[in-house]
Each structure stands twice: as structure tokens, then as C-alpha cells.
Design a protein around this ligand. Structure first.
Ligand SMILES: [Zn+2]
Length: 210
């Protein structure tokens, strides 16, 4: 697998490009900003973007998706439970003091258990509400890789004080859907350094009280 992760935009959201070496098809996860840098990596690896996956509809994760779709023709996929956040994109832009981006409705919704596939690479969607109602993680069992969005971080968990956030739902999602994965699964969070399920199970201070 070809894997590139680059922090984009003012909040340094981790955007990941997942590509298959043989088919040269790619999935881009959370193109929140810096679309020219993302496209430069796509071109460098001679990839064709086939799917745009958004882990949740916070502006730092979704703001560049419309532009990337315009440039690649790839569909935008996210969970419909985050549509209320899309409708308040102007409010979200106000949080950051930036212009309101164009954010389209999803071409398909990412329900729990849905498979997101390109030729040579298949991930499944884990619906993990808590940071937002529509938060999802993308799990690639064959690559022992989880793209966790803002649900789980190295040594921390997603904030729940923004609209749609719910702490007990977040902790339930992490315990029931993420900590049940194998220890050696690498985790690329929505922000900050990579980690593993085993490391978070052992030492994440936010997960020891249940
Ligand atoms: Zn977020």
C-alpha cells in the first residue's frame, strides 16, 4: 500500500492518501485544506483518486473535499448524521475566522459496516459517534490500519464540547468499536502523531476509568 499522511490547514488535520501499488487507485481521507499539496502527492505516486472519505463534518476535515471532487471526479462520502454540522458551516468558519467553504451533501452516506473499496484495497466503516453524531473510523484489516478521525488520539480522545458532541457516547464508541480491534492495529488520528490500539489500551489516561 502507498500511504501518505500530511497535516493540512491551520488546525493541522491529518489528511491521508491510501493508494494501491498495482491499480494506482487511491482513497483520500479528510482533505480539509491544502488541496494543491495533496494533489502533488497524488501525482507523484501516479494515483487516481476514486473515493473521498470524510471522518466527520468539522470544517478542518471537510473544507477541501468539494475542490478535490471538482478536480478528480471522485465521490465524497460521509455519514449523514453530520448533515446538521454541514448546515452550520458558516458558524464553523466563524470559529476559525475564515471564509465559509462550499461543502456538498455526501454522494453516499458512510453507515456502519459499509465497505469503502478501490481495486486492491478495502476498508470498512465503523460508526463511532461522540465527537460528532456522524463520526466514523475507516478500518483496513489487511493493512492493520485504522483512520480514527477525531475519535481517538495518541494519549487523548476527541473533544465533546462542540455541537453534536457527547462524552459518554464517545467513550462507548472507543471501548466497544476501537479497543476491540487487535493491539497491533496502527492508528492515524485526525490530528497529531500515530499510535496503536495496544498502546492506547495500555496507557491512554482518558480510557482507564470504565
Ligand atoms: Zn473534529
Amino acid at each position: 500500500m502507498i500511504l501518505e499522511t500530511l497535516p493540512v490547514g491551520p488546525l493541522q488535520c491529518n489528511c491521508s492518501i491510501l493508494g494501491d501499488e498495482t491499480s494506482r487507485e487511491a482513497i483520500v481521507v479528510d482533505p480539509g485544506d491544502d488541496i494543491p499539496r495533496i494533489l502533488a502527492l497524488v501525482v507523484k505516486h501516479n494515483l487516481t483518486v476514486k473515493q473521498i472519505v470524510i471522518t466527520h463534518a468539522h470544517i478542518d476535515h471537510i473544507a477541501g473535499a468539494h475542490r478535490l471532487k471538482q478536480l478528480t471526479g471522485a465521490p465524497i462520502l460521509y455519514n449523514q448524521n453530520d448533515l446538521p454540522l454541514v448546515k452550520m458551516m458558516d458558524v464553523q468558519a466563524g470559529w476559525l475566522g475564515i471564509p465559509t467553504p462550499i461543502v456538498s451533501n455526501p454522494d453516499d452516506t458512510l453507515d456502519d459496516g459499509k465497505l469503502v473499496a478501490i481495486t486492491g484495497l478495502t476498508g470498512s466503516i465503523l460508526h463511532t459517534p461522540g465527537h460528532t453524531e456522524g463520526s466514523v473510523c475507516l478500518y483496513l484489516p489487511d493493512q492493520t490500519l485504522l483512520l480514527a478521525g477525531d475519535t481517538l488520539f495518541a494519549g487523548s480522545v476527541g473533544r465533546t464540547d462542540l455541537p453534536g458532541g457527547n462524552t459518554s457516547k464517545l467513550l462507548r464508541s472507543i471501548h466497544e468499536r476501537l479497543l476491540t480491534l487487535p493491539d497491533d492495529v496502527a492508528v492515524i488520528p485526525g490530528h497529531g502523531p500515530v499510535t496503536t490500539i495496544g498502546s492506547e489500551r495500555a496507557s491512554n489516561p482518558f480510557l482507564n476509568n470504565l
